[in-house]
Design a protein. Structure first.
Length: 647
């Protein structure tokens, strides 16, 4: 593309230079210098063309006034071949003709008045290029864009009508066939080639692309994708050229602006030019119907969105801008606002991204992503309050298989992720297991796949878990790598006659905890109140033993506080603990005749269901999990029919 640009620019410059020189000569007497004999002699001496021929060349001139001359002429069947390393050009012109008046006025210089447009007709042009960028110098003189623009609209350049019926462009093994049309009038210019049209006037220009342009395979990830309604418009002023690029990639519309400062001080391929221009670029990408767009454009295997996105729809808008960074790079900053909703859920957040891009490679060395939650309300699927959550299975669309090392190591981009939710509406998660939504605030910095620093805070919560009321007054988890996350929490259990407070503090894996109550109670009485709603002195002997055993279990770290609260909401029948074997057992009722027994310790985990058959007969099923080796497990199953005879 660079070579084509220079060839086109050079070809246009050559034509304009020849026209200007010819105008000066024509004003005196063009036939003195410009005639068939002299042109043939110049071409042979200069060796510019490999071969050339024409059937007819005629140049006429006539004085109209002392400062005005009429020039007409034509060339018929002109063919030539130009060949140089990397470039091969062959063309034939069936007709080249002109008819205009050349005037000279003091203070205004030369001007032309067209009575017959400069006409060019070519049935054939073949251009073959070989990609050898080294053939062009690294540093060239920047073009005087505004100077050439003024010349184009001055009276010197006559009206033109140029038409190439067949152009064959070959770059290495790729060949394109197209035609070309150029019409230039005093205040308007039109050009068409490869389904691209250009319109211009002295104030600016607009380039409109084909109806659809397929994105190259190496750029697109899924598709095929097409760019549609592509338009590049610009205003030309002595100081700069403001540019605006609009269009759409399928349903996503984009609007990008940039400013080309004039005059140019650097070559168009230089790092400095690219940095200066890119630092003025700003844009917006808008997806009006997210779910419709995704369902149409995603691969078939991933077309069904996961909940809750599968019932949400709305607008996604990304705004981005570029600025100068370190030498040879630009900084890219983007903010993507996501506004999706359904009848019960809301997803309103900003995705912010910052990257440093070298202008020569456009491969980011480092990228920082921030996610700001403005208002997010998510409703989890309904879960049974009487059974554990359903098992989560791997997505079938993800295939299993042996890991294969990459053929070659690719440089990875350092990724930093910043998650922020700092207001009361930031993140609400609702589940049927709780009476109120869980409201979370957080500020997390993630690098190398790990949380480096930040916090997660649960806002005050009032609800009921396992038929017992609970009040989360405070719950904060703080992260500061490489230290373990630290938990700080205050939880209240407002029972009818007592209010028990649990304080947790320390590493998340093993926090320190303490209970206190209002009115004050001993520790064993607090466990009794949590389990049975009454202190030890008010319990029967079996319940009193269960409460005391629970204290031993917690003190030895066999069961967690969450298990204790689960037992508190269940019909506890028995809690046992053996200090020597470190085995703990709990039994609670599932119904009038059935109970569940679970236990664990050094020998492994065991569980079983006991059901009464009546008249002293019971059936007892059990499962024992034992560790055989560090990586092996064994399971024993048993069924026992038992009769209990009371004497």
């Amino acid at each position: 593309m660079k070579r084509i640009f220079y060839l086109v620019l050079g070809f246009i410059s050559l034509i304009i230079s020849i026209v200007l020189v010819c105008l000066l000569i024509f004003f005196v007497d063009p036939t003195i210098i410009v005639n068939e004999t002299n042109i043939s002699w110049v071409l042979k001496r200069s060796m510019i063309l490999e071969s050339w021929s024409w059937k007819k060349m005629e140049i006429n001139h006539e004085w109209k006034k002392w400062n005005e001359r009429q020039l007409t002429g034509e060339i018929r069947d002109l063919c030539f071949r130009y060949k140089k390393e990397g470039t091969n050009l062959y063309s034939c012109f069936s007709e080249i003709s002109w008819g205009f008046d050349l005037l000279f006025q003091f203070g205004e210089g030369f001007q032309s008045r067209t009575h017959k447009p400069f006409l060019v007709r070519s049935p054939q042009l073949e251009l073959a290029l070989t990609k050898k960028e080294e053939n062009f110098p690294e540093k060239t003189t920047p073009p005087d864009i505004y100077g050439w623009w003024k010349v184009l609209w001055s009276g010197v350049v006559p009206d033109m009508n140029v038409k190439f019926d067949s152009i064959r462009l070959t770059i290495d093994d790729s060949t394109r066939h197209f035609d070309f049309l150029l019409e230039k009038r005093a205040r308007a210019l039109k050009a068409q080639a490869m389904k691209i049209s250009l319109t211009a006037d002295p104030g600016g220009f607009e380039i409109i692309g084909p109806e659809a342009i397929e994105i190259p395979e190496k750029i697109k990830s899924i598709g095929p994708y097409f760019v549609r309604k592509l338009s590049l418009a610009g205003e030309v002023t002595p100081e700069n050229i403001p540019l605006r690029l609009t269009g759409s990639v399928e349903e996503a519309a984009f609007d990008i602006t940039g400013v080309l400062d004039l005059p140019l001080t650097d070559d168009l391929s230089s790092v400095q030019f690219k940095t200066d221009f890119l630092s003025t670029v700003k844009g917006e990408v808008r997806i009006p119907e997210f779910r419709k767009t995704y369902s149409k454009r995603a691969p078939a295997a991933f077309r069904e969105l996961p909940a809750p996105l599968n019932v949400m729809d709305g607008l996604i808008v990304m705004n981005f801008g570029l600025d100068k960074g370190e030498e040879g790079e630009v900084k890219v900053h983007s903010i993507t606002n996501i506004k999706l909703s359904s009848s019960k859920e809301i997803l309103n957040m900003d995705l912010e991204a910052d990257a440093h891009l070298p202008v020569m490679t456009f491969k980011p060395d480092e990228m920082e992503i921030g996610l700001v939650f403005h208002e997010v309300k998510i409703e989890l699927p309904k879960l049974s309050k009487k059974s554990p959550p359903p098992q989560f299975l791997p997505d079938k669309r993800f295939k299993k298989g042996p890991w294969k090392p990459p053929e070659e190591e690719k440089e990875s981009t350092d990724l930093i992720l910043h998650l922020t939710a700092l207001n009361r509406k930031s993140l609400h998660i609702r589940t049927n297991l709780l009476d109120e939504p869980v409201r979370l605030n957080f500020d997390l910095l993630i690098a190398d796949g790990k949380i480096r620093k930040g916090h997660v805070t649960a806002l005050p919560l009032k609800t009921e878990i396992f038929r017992r009321p609970i009040r989360v007054k405070k719950m904060v988890v703080k992260f500061h790598a490489p230290l373990d996350p630290v938990l700080s929490s205050i939880i209240e259990f407002p029972l009818p006659e007592y209010k028990i407070t649990l304080e947790l503090e320390g590493p998340v894996d093993d926090p320190r905890y303490s209970f206190r109550s209002e009115p004050p109670l001993p520790q064993n009485d607090i466990y009794a109140v949590l389990l049975f709603g009454r202190p030890l002195q008010d319990l029967d002997p079996d319940d009193k033993t269960a409460a005391q055993k629970t204290n031993q279990i917690l003190a030895n770290g066999i069961l967690s506080l969450s298990v204790l609260y689960f037992l508190a909401g269940s019909p506890v029948e028995y809690v046992g603990f053996d200090p020597e074997s470190k085995n703990a057992t709990a039994q609670f009722g599932l119904g009038r005749k059935t109970s569940l027994r679970v236990g664990g310790g050094r020998e492994g985990m065991n569980s079983g269901i006991r059901h009464s058959l009546g008249k002293g007969w019971y059936i007892d099923t059990s499962v024992q999990n034992t560790e055989k080796r560090a990586t092996e497990k064994d399971q024993d199953y048993g069924v026992l029919l038992e009769r209990v005879i009371a004497y």
